[in-house]
Design a protein around this ligand. Sequence first.
Ligand SMILES: Cc1cc2nc3c(=O)[nH]c(=O)nc-3n(C[C@H](O)[C@H](O)[C@H](O)COP(=O)(O)OP(=O)(O)OC[C@H]3O[C@@H](n4cnc5c(N)ncnc54)[C@H](O)[C@@H]3O)c2cc1C
Length: 371
Amino acid sequence: MTDAVIIGGGLAGLVSSIELARRGFSVIVIERKHYPFHRVCGEYVSNEVRPYLEGLGLKINELGVKEIQRFCFTSPSGRVLETDLDLGGFGISRYKLDYALYELAQKVGVKFVLGETVESVEFASEECRIKTSNKLDFSAKIVLGSFGKNSKMDKALDRDFTHKKSPYVGVKYHIRTDFPQDLIALHNFKDGYCGISAIEEDKYCLCYLTTRDNVRKHGSISEMEKNVLWKNPHLHRIFNKSEFLYERPEVINEFSFSPKKTVENHILMVGDAAGLITPLCGNGMAIAIHGGKIAAELTADFLHQKINRQQLEDSYQQLWKDEFSVRLWIGRTVQRLFGDEWLSELALSSFSLAKPLLRFVISKTHGKVIT
Ligand SMILES: Cc1cc2nc3c(=O)[nH]c(=O)nc-3n(C[C@H](O)[C@H](O)[C@H](O)COP(=O)(O)OP(=O)(O)OC[C@H]3O[C@@H](n4cnc5c(N)ncnc54)[C@H](O)[C@@H]3O)c2cc1C
């Protein structure tokens, strides 16, 4: 029996696997794709996890990251508000970041099963049985569910939030364009917002969140972009004056910002599987990394028999709630301001008059720096 099976090799899964393997436990990560691969993500990493990632052995400066210290947001009509970021962050593609962590995990002894989708987890007599779509069968003392924001596993576990259809669509491009490298911008448009920031090799990540209805109304993503996003003059310029590096965008749908349970069927949920913060906060990755650290530390205590399963599950739920639930709630609340044209114009006017308030809201969606 393996000590831990981790379902999903995104940031949460990779970080928790490295933490556990470094403590001498046997760990298998099952990931449905093959590294390296692109994901829908704004690719701005908050500095709150930078020292921790470096401590884990990731050589961030050698990845060609871009340092980001300023934030601006624009209303759908194009009005601009800019502020410095107290903590700041860095830009790096998930293609590169996840691959670097995957290599690090292999070095510390994590075993990977790639191209396999987990379909079920059964728990009996202190043993977790994990089955994949190709009929592979694993057995573990503990399972971490780091399968992200849209996974077959959510349906398999009949998780509450899957009963309600989600309205969101996320779209991502990599582009080359003329834009300051130390700035992250959030451009609002009707029923959505679009972030742009620099990543490695002088590329930029252009990533937006909108609703399925918005796409349906205009027939296709490209028609919606022309008819809706381009009404914001900043987005009009970006879409018309940039080189788009993919043939087609990365797209994701069916994901939910609703609260989720952090333990289900004895699986500790980590990262987006435990709760997804709205992307405008720019720190879902930091939460996934920090959550992976917390889950691994408690799992190590359980595997060392310092705590029993019930204590593990109770402590994890409590710690997760203390650390992240208020931030997720603020993120959901602030996002409401940006879905509506009129409200986002109003938000921009109000924050222009009270810039410290904007910095206060940003700080409330972020945690303390972790090491
Ligand atoms: C539009 C958008 C923009 C965003 N922008 C930012 C940003 O700029 N900054 C930021 O910090 N955060 C951002 N986020 C959030 C961030 O992307 C996530 O919070 C982060 O990726 C969570 O990491 P994770 O490890 O939980 O999940 P993921 O990185 O999604 O990894 C989950 C993994 O599980 C695998 N998987 C799923 N199901 C199975 C299965 N059954 N079997 C095996 N493998 C499986 C998947 O293939 C995937 O590799 C954004 C989110 C969205 C939607």
